[in-house]
Design a protein around this ligand. Structure first.
Ligand SMILES: [Ca+2]
Ligand SMILES: [Ca+2]
Ligand SMILES: [Ca+2]
Length: 328
């Protein structure tokens, strides 16, 4: 091979790699319609139409349908109806998420999503609902358009977790140790971690200056001081935290286990720890990775959202039929 043909083959392969992204696995594209009205004591499909296309696959392992906004635990349920021999559904009451588990073809998943219905046991359900339909493992939060994933890695240090998160990608999106800038995002990630998980915050550079040091927010200070300190943007500390205890202090933040939440703090509240974590409920279990918002990320459409509005419906019954009328 002469230099000229070597040059062209390198350019060709670089170009091919750029066009096709990382490896051969291209993301599916999901779109859905369905902005419907819910009548109490009825059930209603969560979509009117659904389309899942994929340039290089015909099957996938799972589709997740989550009540991503307005979920009322103990009242709301998503149910798969109809006959879907290659798909089993499981309902996670904590996360408000119905998993449709295959493997099955996209066509089969489309049919299953079309026959997934929302219902509420409340005679007068309140508020609206938003549903997110996602192909893939990490959960999607419509308000940030980002994906979140807890990675189990017992014993991992914060600094190792930071590197490990940055080494992960999801359909070409750059991973980073999670940055939590709203209560919704903090609650969402807290529910996923369901225990201990490192997050992208530290005050190692200057004691008491708590900053996000990962992701699009890298460098942003969100808290000044200890537990009686000042919230500058958003913080979600556990009661009495951060306290920087011990001879060497505590400079790395994590989502605390539910068993140590105190002082009225929400599940998923944060604590500061040394780089290697602590013992018992403070022993490191892993970390939470966020995907989205980084420079150079590809544009993905692997989730779609639909919504459900509440209506005042009255029920008309005659001798033959019962039907519901939307009253608005
Ligand atoms: Ca974030
Ligand atoms: Ca500290
Ligand atoms: Ca602490």
């Amino acid at each position: 091979m002469n230099y000229k043909s070597l040059f062209y083959s390198v350019v060709c392969c670089l170009f091919t790699a750029m066009v096709h992204g990382q490896g051969a696995d291209l993301p599916p594209v999901v779109s859905a319609t369905g902005d419907q009205i819910y009548c109490p004591s009825a059930s209603v499909p969560i979509v009117v139409s659904i389309s899942i296309t994929d340039p290089d696959d015909t099957t996938t392992s799972a589709v997740y349908i989550q009540i991503s906004n307005g979920y009322i635990n103990g009242e709301d349920v998503l149910t798969l109806t109809g006959s879907h021999p290659n798909i089993t559904a499981s309902w996670d009451v904590i996360e408000g998420e119905l998993s449709l588990n295959g493997p099955a073809t996209y066509t089969e998943f489309e049919a299953a999503v079309l026959e997934t219905e929302f219902s509420s046991t409340s005679p007068a359900p309140s508020g609206n609902r938003q549903f997110s339909i996602t192909v893939g493992e990490p959960n999607f939060l419509p308000s940030t358009q980002h994906y979140y994933e807890f990675v189990s890695a017992p014993g991992i240090s914060w600094t190792a977790a930071e590197s490990a998160a940055a080494a992960r990608t999801y359909f070409g999106l750059q991973g980073y140790l999670v940055t939590l800038t709203t209560q919704e995002e903090a609650d969402f990630s807290g529910a996923q971690a369901s225990g201990f998980g490192w997050i992208g915050a530290t005050d190692v550079a200057v004691e008491g200056e708590w900053r996000w040091v990962t992701g699009p927010e890298a460098g942003t200070q969100f808290w000044q001081g200890r537990s009686n300190g000042t919230e500058l943007t958003f913080a979600n500390w556990n009661g009495g935290e951060p306290n920087n205890v011990g001879r060497n202090g505590e400079d790395y933040a994590h989502i605390a286990a539910a068993s140590v939440i105190r002082g009225g703090a929400p599940i998923g509240a944060w604590n500061d720890l040394p780089n290697n974590g602590g013992g018992g409920a403070y022993a490191s279990q892993g970390y939470v990775v966020e995907y989205g918002g980084m420079p150079g990320d590809p544009v993905l459409n692997i989730s779609a959202t639909t919504s459900l509005g509440r209506s005042t419906c009255h029920i008309i019954t005659n001798k033959r039929i019962t039907y519901r009328v939307k009253k608005d």
